[in-house]
Design a protein around this ligand. Sequence first.
Ligand SMILES: Nc1ncnc2c1ncn2[C@@H]1O[C@H](COP(=O)(O)OP(=O)(O)OP(=O)(O)O)[C@@H](O)[C@H]1O
Ligand SMILES: [Mg+2]
Length: 396
Amino acid sequence: MTTVLDIKLLYSEQETSEAFRRAGDGAEWTFESEFLHRGQDPEQLVDSADVVIYELEGHSEADLQLLHQFIVAHPEIEVFVTYDNADMEIMRRLMRAGVRDTLALPLDEDEYRKIMSELLDRKRETMDEARGKVIAFMNAKGGSGATTLAVNLAHEVASRHDLKVAIIDFDIQFGDVALFLDMPAKSTVMEALSQASRLDGTMLDAVLQKHASGLAVLPSPGGLSRVSDITAKEVRRLVDVACDTHDIVILDIPRLFNDWTEELLRISDHFMLVIENGLTTVRDAKTILDQMPTFNASPDKVDVLLNRAEAKHGSVNEKQITDALKVEHIVRLHNDYTAAITAQDRGQPLSSVAPTSKLTKDIRHMAETVAAEVSPGATRKPGLFKRIFTGQKAGA
Ligand SMILES: Nc1ncnc2c1ncn2[C@@H]1O[C@H](COP(=O)(O)OP(=O)(O)OP(=O)(O)O)[C@@H](O)[C@H]1O
Ligand SMILES: [Mg+2]
């Protein structure tokens, strides 16, 4: 999972909130701000954060006591104090109490960004190496094959490699990951999300269903669950916990852009964008790639998977696709309707129903590349986004 930094500002003046928000624009961290009343305990406003910035502005002794208690109770949070006009004696007291640093107002944006970037780098260094990698799948047009490829890749890695793999179906309205594997949706992603704030590995394990291959599956509920019932924070928590206990976490994400789907794309280490060679699919893929920077997700981590690569109905060729999408490389997957539909109808993986199909072999190649990427000893700089397949032949 791509580690992000959670910053929370507790402000007294609206313009302070705006100044910090502006300074974080386009940065790889999440920012929330909340008005703190005099006499209010910061504990009530912060449930989890890496950094808390506290605006000090005419606070009473009782407020300072509450801040002190908060710092002592949360050694895991870096607390900064921002101020316009501060009493130096109070500052010294707060520094002794454990405040990490002060940020004078008006805010020096460059300095602020530098400090937060350093904290983010440090967090990534300590967390990224040991954690599971997240691979997101989304189609650029309905029915392009994202679920087929996500499920079969997950199954292939889980059954042929010594790695713990989970697949989470975030297509909460029309998801069919469980159906593709003939598994009952006994417990679902919605249940896990509803307990997100207290979710841990044991709770997640209780809702994950185990396929015979070893693959852990968190199905979608279907039944038109409301997408607005989910928050970005909940999905992040769920994926975060899944990364603690799995080497690879595969996400099937609906083609929908809102706070939580964008969060999923932001925190994913790799993004498999599944397309077919039709003009409108390629146009939609371009829209998605162009939009990614607006929600702070790097297009550099995208692999474009051209499914049914040699299908006759395709209206654009590969060169036109790479030119339009400005990518050097695409991963091609063969068209095999009989294998795909038989696997789907029987609720079995492609490797069982069509072990010699070219499509199955393409997915096997992908699985080998993915497994090599996450296996111990794979050289990967923490926190750097990148494609998995660039420069190598994953598909046929
Ligand atoms: N390489 C392929 N060759 C032939 N048929 C395929 C291939 N990949 C997928 N299919 C078929 O295409 C159909 C759509 O596949 P799938 O459900 O995986 O797409 P999707 O992108 O997840 O669609 P949705 O928009 O419903 O989420 C299915 O019937 C599947 O069997
Ligand atoms: Mg799908």
